[in-house]
Write a protein that binds this ligand. Structure first.
Ligand SMILES: [Zn+2]
Ligand SMILES: [Zn+2]
Length: 344
């Protein structure tokens, strides 16, 4: 029995697909900080639930109503697997499928993908074929890191040639940096404290890197933008301090996107920040992965066309039976871990 705070291996039967579902034989997976949040209880968790929501694999079995997939195909699936039928999905908020965070099912409301076989609901709408030239490892980054990082920049609505500050360069922040470059930002400022992450942010497209243990990033960003502030800023760590910085460094009328999971308090406090949101006419958006085959195909296309190489995020590799060790290291970011790849 594994509950809050505990992880381990257990035997479970191979899942059975409903009419619209598919069972995937896992080939590679990635450990996410969100998995660590689940173990810590920040996001609520179910006893004995299988963790993991970033994985790709081979179609093992499809339900009787699945039309577009067959056994043996190499597929990727987003961490979010919406139904595409409910009210939220029809309004375009697929991450909120059937209720708060309801689009996120794997490892949240049902067993996830740290298993030899995992279940995907609504397979025709959620599974995307992986192009031949895209490796399993690269494709695995579309399942969450590229998906959420890119969504953050899409929602930041940076004008062409505009500016953006991204607070924290973990894997999500790094993918936001890459997306900012792809979508035409001309001044990309990356903030972190770890030198290896700041170095990688330059690879993915940052023009300026700021180490907040050496300089005051807020002052620097205002200085770089002649006191105006950036068009948009992203909070990609889940800290009140970073969110406060976003409010300070974003120009009047600009956009702030929250990507981080705030585990350091019950609410996000935006009104007590030095220059409050309502007086600067700022817009704050929070986003989760939208999910869906069409979007997954577009993310995979970016890799196929060599616009991005997300495998630079892989700092460590483990076999499935070594998952415990990967988990432990991800919790503390030991040995400068960014992303551990799990090979099945
Ligand atoms: Zn994740
Ligand atoms: Zn839905």
């Amino acid at each position: 029995m594994f509950g809050l705070g505990g992880t381990g291996f257990m035997e479970k039967p191979i899942p059975v697909p409903g009419p619209n579902d598919a069972i995937i034989k896992t080939t590679v997976a990635l450990v996410c900080t969100t998995d660590c949040h689940l173990v810590a209880g920040t996001l609520g968790t179910l006893p004995n639930i299988t963790l993991g929501h970033e994985a790709v694999g081979i179609v093992h079995e499809v339900g009787t109503a699945v039309r577009t997939l067959e056994k043996g195909q190499r597929v990727a699936v987003n961490a979010t697997t919406p139904c595409f039928r409910c009210h939220a999905c029809q309004r375009g908020h697929t991450s909120q499928c059937n209720g708060l965070m309801g689009g996120w099912k794997m490892s949240h409301s049902k067993d996830g993908s740290f298993a030899e076989y995992f279940h995907v609901n609504d397979a025709d709408a959620n599974l995307a074929l992986i192009p031949d030239s895209v490796s399993d490892e690269a494709a695995c980054y579309t399942t969450d890191m590229m998906s959420i990082g890119f969504k953050g920049i899409e929602e930041a609505r940076i004008p062409i040639g505009g500016s953006v500050a991204i607070f924290a360069q973990g894997p999500v922040g790094l993918m936001a940096t890459a997306a900012a470059r792809l979508l035409g930002a001309a001044t990309i400022i990356a903030v972190d404290k770890r030198p290896n992450r700041l170095e990688l942010s330059k690879f993915f497209g940052a023009d300026i890197t700021l180490n907040f243990t050496e300089v005051d990033p807020d002052e620097e960003i205002l200085d770089i933008t002649n006191g105006i502030g950036v068009d948009a800023s992203l909070e990609a760590i889940g800290s009140q301090m970073a969110l406060d910085s976003c409010v300070r460094v974003t120009r009047s009328g600009g956009n702030i996107v929250n990507l981080g999971i705030h585990s350091d308090g019950p609410t996000i406090d935006v009104l007590n920040t030095p220059r409050s949101v309502e007086m600067k006419a700022l817009t704050i958006r929070s986003v989760l992965c939208p999910g869906g085959r069409d979007r997954m195909q577009r993310l995979l296309k970016l890799i196929e066309m060599k616009r991005i190489d997300p495998t630079k995020l892989t700092t460590h590799k483990f076999k499935f039976h070594e998952l415990d060790k990967a988990f432990e290291m991800m919790g503390t970011k030991e040995d400068n871990m960014i992303k551990p790849l799990i090979v099945f």
